[in-house]
Design a protein around this ligand. Structure first.
Ligand SMILES: NC(=O)c1ccc[n+]([C@@H]2O[C@H](COP(=O)([O-])OP(=O)(O)OC[C@H]3O[C@@H](n4cnc5c(N)ncnc54)[C@H](OP(=O)(O)O)[C@@H]3O)[C@@H](O)[C@H]2O)c1
Length: 427
């Protein structure tokens, strides 16, 4: 049987993991692919000490690999959305199957690239783009293919989960844990994509498109990061029986799809509340299968390379029958945020005078919101004339909640900013 030749562009964290898997598991890869699977050409500007490439042909210009007529399957792990797009476009046009870990590129240009792959009769695979070692794309497209999926809820950024977990278990400040995450290599030098939820939004957009069968465009996901979560919020949430996690939530409702990424209070009894450290977790709900939670390493050299190689094996095994298995029925309709429904945790500082708590309750009840829990914290010092107030609402439409918060802000007894974090009760 003709060998299947793999070209690799990018030799960073993920690229070196791929080389290490080829070096360690060469025989197993070919066995699983039902053919001789060979790493035939690597494109890298420089060597990477984390892997041994001495057995392979290496070119310094990545387009030498893209244009190599012997390469059947091209792996793109350079990242970014410009040169990577050119690499993938050229490879698909040359009728090479493509495997990528690039969530930003798939989120931004996936629709057009899948069409290009279909036109050229080749596959564009991207299991590694979402949730690292968890085979979530395969679960949605194959395992649950007989289901209407109603929701996808996940911790889909390991850096954010690491930061919140450390803040929870050790009472540390956000900036302090972020610095450690950077030192450990979890977070990028510019951590904006991770901590502001952009990375999670890219992944949620991809998962929602697969789950609901319609393509959601960039910017469809309402996105809030974790930088404003204070140790105080974590402590109060814990007192009320909750953990704070950074969740991506895609939910099909009769009015449209809710697509949002934000810090979220989750009852401690939920399994997903216990997923700590840099792990990822995704909870899928199918009408036949019911709910299923998958947990695993969301990033890192080998876990990500493992997902890349699973796609490569799939493509090699399927040969000319390999496809991206994607057939979107047009564009998805996203429900505006003010029409989404959620319960809320609210924290603010109030002047400690008689009647304040009943004014607070009135501001909410006027908007048809009831309060499930309310905590008026003790003054830190007897000389203080203000106290922290913490409450949790029932599930309400965001528009009504915003009205209640405006009323609260105009109450002279409320001092400074009002913290608000959504509470998720449906899994
Ligand atoms: N790291 C993870 O855990 C993880 C997890 C899931 C998905 N991903 C995705 O996987 C992709 C790669 O991530 P990574 O962490 O491996 O990134 P990385 O460590 O920064 O590696 C990227 C590599 O690509 C090379 N490169 C970039 N542009 C190039 C060009 N024009 N020509 C030649 N080489 C070029 C870089 O070379 P230089 O060093 O010379 O710049 C670097 O070696 C990204 O799309 C990322 O989102 C990563």
């Amino acid at each position: 049987m003709k060998p299947v030749n793999v070209g690799l562009v990018g030799l960073g964290t993920v690229g070196s993991g791929i080389v290490n898997i080829f070096n360690k598991n060469a025989a197993l890869l070919s066995k699983r692919a039902h053919c001789s699977l060979q790493l035939s050409h690597i494109g890298a500007r420089r060597d990477n000490q984390l892997c041994d490439t001495s057995a392979y042909r290496v070119s310094r210009d990545i387009f030498d690999v893209v244009n190599d007529p012997d390469v059947d399957v091209l792996i793109e792990v350079i990242g970014g959305t410009t040169i990577a797009k050119d690499v993938i476009t050229q490879a698909l046009k040359a009728k090479k199957h493509v495997v990528t870990a690039n969530k930003a590129l798939i989120a931004e240009h996936g629709d057009a690239l899948f069409k290009l792959a279909n036109q050229n009769g080749v596959a564009l695979k991207y299991e590694a783009a979402v949730a690292g070692s968890i085979p979530i794309i395969k679960t949605l497209t194959e395992g649950l293919s007989a289901n209407e999926v109603s929701s996808v809820v996940g911790i889909i950024n390991g850096t954010g989960n690491f930061i919140l977990s450390e803040m929870t278990s050790k009472g540390r400040e956000f900036a302090d844990v972020l610095k450690e995450a950077q030192d450990l290599g979890y977070a990028e030098a510019d951590p904006t994509f991770d901590v502001e939820g952009i990375d999670a939004a890219h992944k949620l957009q991809i998962l929602a498109s697969l789950a609901f069968g319609r393509w959601f465009n960039m910017g469809s996901v309402s996105t809030e990061g974790i930088s404003k979560v204070a140790p105080k919020d974590i402590a109060y949430a814990s007192e009320l029986g909750y953990r704070i996690k950074h969740l991506g939530i895609a939910r099909q409702t009769s009015e449209g799809c809710e697509l949002r990424v934000h810090p979220t209070l989750i009852n401690v009894s939920e399994s997903i509340a216990k997923v700590d450290g840099a792990l990822n977790a995704v909870y899928l709900n199918g009408d036949a299968a019911g709910g299923a939670l998958s947990v695993g390493a969301g990033a890192g050299s080998l876990p990500t390379a493992s997902a890349v190689m699973a796609d490569v094996i799939d493509v090699a095994k399927s040969g000319s029958a390999a496809t991206s298995a994607i057939d979107f029925e047009g564009e998805g309709h996203v429900l505006p945020l003010d029409q989404c429904r959620s319960a809320y945790y609210v924290r603010f500082v109030a002047i400690d005078r008689p009647g304040v708590m009943s004014e607070v309750a009135q501001a909410f009840s006027k908007c048809d919101i009831s309060l499930e829990a309310i905590l008026q914290k003790e003054k830190r010092q007897s000389s203080d004339d203000v106290v922290d107030v913490v409450l949790i609402t029932n599930t309400v439409q965001e528009a009504s909640f915003n009205q209640a918060i405006s009323a609260l802000k105009s109450n002279g007894a409320v001092v400074g900013d009002i913290q608000r974090i959504r509470v998720e009760t449906q899994f």
